[in-house]
Design a protein around this ligand. Structure first.
Ligand SMILES: NC(=O)C1=CN([C@@H]2O[C@H](COP(=O)(O)OP(=O)(O)OC[C@H]3O[C@@H](n4cnc5c(N)ncnc54)[C@H](O)[C@@H]3O)[C@@H](O)[C@H]2O)[C@H](O)CC1
Ligand SMILES: [K+]
Length: 479
């Protein structure tokens, strides 16, 4: 499923219009798409729909939906509390609706029918909401009804996580043509409820997508014949100290459980027996340097490591060699990647990303897609910005939003395991973009498997590696 900013939707509409697909027709397709999606999800004849429409095109979608409901014999009333439509396409649909003898009102009813549809504002919203809309939203939020938003909940921004405090709190949202970025950005994301995308017949042009099980299955099925441990790559993990051996153990377990052919852990001497007791598959290296002619196929660095001069020296050596490098935790610091010779993947949480970019955490969180993408393009790296709806942004401007995972992952050590998973999949898959996005998906999916059976807070990062096998099976079954 694709993700579109408001400017991209406007461009798509403009392009369609130039090809002869009028705004009136697109509105018709939106309305009929909404009707079919709602009919599939709900027993519409058991309900009474109250549709609250605005003066723009989002309101127009509500008018078309109302017409299809009326024609199907479903109880439906249409209200324009802000006044009658002003946009040309909406006006034309309003006239057609009225010509069929269906009535409308400009006053709000005493109470809503069992389904309340928010068709007030869509991607044309400018925050904050005007006072007259705030009153309407307060009335809508007070109603006892199933609350359905068209395109996006009124009062949520489209492209960032901003929202008005009177915004509509939807139980479900039907987004047209694609998700809007705010679906994945807080606080706006919490207004959407369950969200479905309604296709309206426009071709897809966005290079931002939600990663799906279908995409990930490809990575999981690759095996081959006549293979040996070298086939699936030799990874180097630079992680852990004598005080923090656990991070290295978690990352190393993640890597070997996810298919790394061979793994060497570069760590402090005292940490070796502790890590080895958890990961007997790994080999160890104490010398804290990387030779230019090393034999590793990919390198991950930083888990359980402080960011200090020793780390910076190592990173300089890493940037001079040519194999893919994954930088996490102690390896994440503001630096230029301009002179690098290798593919780089950085995996910051919002605090680390704020440290790397000098941007406030609040800003980073509200603009995660944009902020990660800008950094990825500027520095020619892949960014995995962790958190709910992890964002993976690539140097070519494309990216993925991840929808697996839950609060069970909000624990020290989860990120270390993710680094191990990314290392393993980068070793196995020549396509680094796929490898990184799949590791993020799988990591979250394991947590979701745990939460299906047990309370999320009982999840431990170390369990992820144990769940991978079952999670991989489930993903393959889903596709
Ligand atoms: N390709 C598609 O996905 C299509 C989607 N459609 C729908 O069209 C809307 C966008 O329509 P637009 O007319 O551009 O904007 P809105 O309906 O969101 O509203 C604009 C309207 O609202 C006023 N306004 C904005 N902010 C505020 C505010 N804070 N307070 C008060 N009033 C405000 C603004 O001045 C305008 O008058 C999209 O979301 C879909 O639902 C098309 O139907 C088909 C193609
Ligand atoms: K809306």
């Amino acid at each position: 499923m694709y993700i579109y900013k408001s400017s991209q939707i406007k461009e798509a509409d403009k392009w369609a219009e130039e090809q002869g697909m009028t705004a009136f027709t697109l509105m018709e397709l939106s309305g009929v798409g909404l009707f079919n999606a709602i009919k599939q999800d709900l027993d519409i004849h058991k309900h009474h729909f109250t549709i609250i429409a605005g003066k723009g095109n989002n309101g127009g979608d509500g008018i078309v939906l109302a017409r299809y409901l009326q024609i199907a014999g479903v109880r439906c009333t249409l209200f324009f509390p802000l006044g009658l439509p002003v946009s040309a396409a909406s006006k034309a649909h309003f006239d057609y609706y009225s010509s069929l003898g269906f009535s409308v009102s400009t006053n709000l009813p005493d109470q809503s029918g069992s389904i309340l549809v928010d068709s007030l504002l869509g991607i044309g919203v400018k925050l904050p909401l005007r006072e007259n809309i705030q009153h309407v939203m307060d009335w809508m939020n007070r109603q006892v009804a199933m609350k359905v938003a068209i395109d996006l909940p009124t009062g949520a921004a489209s492209d960032d996580g901003d929202c008005d405090k009177h915004a509509f709190k939807a139980d479900r949202t039907y987004s047209l043509h694609g998700y809007k970025p705010s679906r994945f950005l807080f606080p706006a994301a919490s207004l959407y409820g369950e969200t479905k995308v309604v296709e309206i017949g426009l071709p897809h042009t966005s290079n931002w997508k939600v990663r799906s099980a279908l995409d990930v299955a490809k990575s999981l099925t690759y095996s081959g014949r006549n293979t040996h441990k070298g086939t699936f790559g030799h990874g180097l993990l630079i992680a852990g100290t004598k005080d923090m051996p656990g991070s290295a153990a978690l990352a190393a377990s993640g890597a070997v459980s996810c298919g790394a052919g061979k793994l060497t852990v570069q760590t402090e001497k005292e940490a070796v027996p502790i890590i080895a007791s958890h990961v007997p598959e790994a080999m160890y290296q104490i010398n804290p340097h990387i030779e230019l002619d090393h034999s590793f196929d990919a390198i991950a660095a930083g888990c359980g490591r402080p960011s200090n001069d020793k780390m910076e020296t190592l990173i300089e050596e890493l940037l001079a060699q040519s194999k893919p490098v994954i930088l996490d935790a102690g390896a994440l610091y503001p630096r230029s990647y301009a002179k690098k010779k290798c593919p780089i993947i950085v995996t910051p949480h919002p605090g680390e990303f704020s440290r790397m970019t000098g941007k406030e955490i609040v800003y980073v969180q509200r603009t995660r897609l944009e902020a990660a993408s800008a950094y990825a393009v500027e520095n020619n790296v892949t960014v995995v910005l962790k958190g709910e709806y992890t964002v993976t942004a690539f140097a070519d401007g494309s990216g993925y939003v991840n929808v697996t995972g839950n609060d069970g992952l909000s624990k020290g050590g989860s990120g270390d395991v993710l680094t191990g998973l990314i290392l393993a999949l980068v070793l196995r898959n020549k396509n680094i973009k796929e490898a990184v996005a799949d590791a993020v998906y799988l990591h979250g999916y394991c947590a979701d498997k745990w939460k299906e059976a047990y309370p999320a807070q009982t999840m431990r990062p170390s369990y992820i590696s144990q769940i991978i096998a079952e999670a991989a099976n489930e993903i393959l079954k889903e596709t």
